[in-house]
Design a protein around this ligand. Structure first.
Ligand SMILES: Cc1cc2nc3c(=O)[nH]c(=O)nc-3n(C[C@H](O)[C@H](O)[C@H](O)COP(=O)(O)O)c2cc1C
Length: 392
């Protein structure tokens, strides 16, 4: 299977001009043994068991076997790649999504597969996310990742222009029979369950009917981003937790809430308010991958927050170390450096300019840049929140 997934070329030679000095793909380096490839939990086909249990009971049994992960790294194109997932997992994330993978390109192009989908034994539970508009193509792509993930996820939420042009993501909300056929195809054919990530409709009843249709089609877990397709800018519209709550009350499979999770207390409030079984966080994690371990940036320090002995520079250095171990395209590395050090770059724009001017970035250069910034005496401290009433 590893050969099938990775093709004959064993390395990640990238289309990006800044390619890695020592090409490496985790699967190709046998982080997985043949035996382990058979699926992490040995759970039988979700819809093909005839033991008298209902589909939702099986969905729950599976979720429980995974340990009911509550704090989940959301799918992010170019940003929820293996080293970032591993960093978030170290700091409290209990599951993670891959970035969205394009099912047609994935099924056709070995180089795309090798570069865009890397994982390792410790990278579980894992949702492998695809965009798609053809059930057979989606199934072909999904079969290639099923030994390495715990759910195959369908992206039904991308609101970007590229999704409109490609007819996938949130634009499939205009063609629900097609969505139904995608979910049915996978749920009847794969050895791992199917999950979906949706946006809400402006009208609650439409959202509920949509969610129910997905569950009936064989979706075993639903992540609900509480914004509509038109609310593209997360920062400009608060996610609607009431709609998520209504979906949770309507469905009998696990439901995960997405939107407005900026620190750990948000995650707890969201689960309390919506009844959701877990939360996804995206943008806030990019700045602070340690959210799920209780760390907050200065912006969210709050009354009584105390220094947690960690700062964003430490996280960047840890991230770079993980990138050496699990290589990914430089565009992803640079993107994370900018997001984690954004505040520092605002204070020291000359360093940002120097980084932007680099034509041949190396890990050494980035590590020296971080040390140089530290040497300027500015810290980007992370804080641990102390709940009200617990101050000394
Ligand atoms: C950089 C970036 C890339 C994203 N890529 C994806 C993606 O590949 N698939 C997807 O379903 N959502 C994607 N999203 C949306 C997030 O998963 C999430 O639904 C959205 O950002 C709302 O969560 P937040 O409020 O915690 O940021 C992306 C978001 C960001 C910021």
């Amino acid at each position: 299977m590893a050969q099938l997934l990775l093709g004959e070329n064993n390395g990640c030679s990238l289309s990006n001009p800044l390619s890695f000095p020592s090409p490496h793909c985790c699967i190709s380096n046998n982080c997985y043994s043949e035996k382990e490839e058979a699926g992490s939990l040995g759970v039988p086909r979700p819809l093909c068991i005839n033991d008298g249990s209902t589909r939702s009971e099986r969905a729950w049994a599976y979720w429980k076997k995974l340990g009911e992960p509550k704090f989940i790294v959301a799918p992010m194109v170019d940003n929820s790649e293996l080293p970032f997932r591993m960093l978030c997992r170290k700091y409290g994330a209990s599951a993670a999504y891959t970035p969205m993978l394009h099912s047609r390109i994935f099924s056709e192009n070995g180089k795309y597969r090798r570069v865009e989908f890397t994982t390792c034994k410790e990278d579980r539970p894992l949702f492998a996310q695809f965009c798609a508009n053809d059930p057979d193509t989606l199934l072909e792509a999904a079969r290639m990742v099923e030994p390495y993930c715990d759910y195959v996820d369908i992206n039904l939420g991308c609101p970007q222009r590229i999704a409109k042009r490609g007819n996938y993501g949130a634009f499939l909300m205009d063609n629900l029979p097609l969505v139904e056929s995608l979910v049915k195809k996978l749920s009847l054919s794969l050895s791992v369950p199917v999950s979906c990530k949706i946006r809400i409709f402006p009208c609650l009843n439409d959202t509920l009917a949509y969610a129910k249709m997905l569950e009936d089609a064989g979706c075993s877990l639903l992540a609900v981003h509480g914004r509509t397709r038109e609310q593209k800018e997360s920062r400009s519209a608060r996610a609607d937790w009431n709609s998520i709550k209504a979906v949770k009350e309507t469905l009998s499979i696990p439901v995960i809430a997405n939107g407005n999770i900026r620190h750990l207390e948000d995650a707890h409030h969201c689960m309390e308010e919506t009844g959701a079984d877990g939360v996804l966080s995206a943008e806030a994690l990019l700045e602070n991958p340690a959210i799920f371990a209780g760390f907050r940036t200065g912006e969210w320090r709050g009354y009584g927050g105390k220094e947690g002995g960690l700062d964003q520079a430490d996280l960047v250095l840890e991230y770079l170390k993980l990138c050496r171990k699990y290589p990914v395209p430089w565009r992803m590395v640079i993107s994370h450096v900018h997001k984690m050090l954004g505040e520092w770059f605002r204070l020291h724009p000359d360093v940002r300019e120097e980084l932007n001017a680099q034509t041949n970035v190396t890990f050494e250069w980035l590590e020296n840049m971080v040390q140089g910034l530290k040497g300027r005496g500015t810290r980007l401290r992370l804080y641990l929140h102390i709940p009200e009433g617990c101050q000394e």
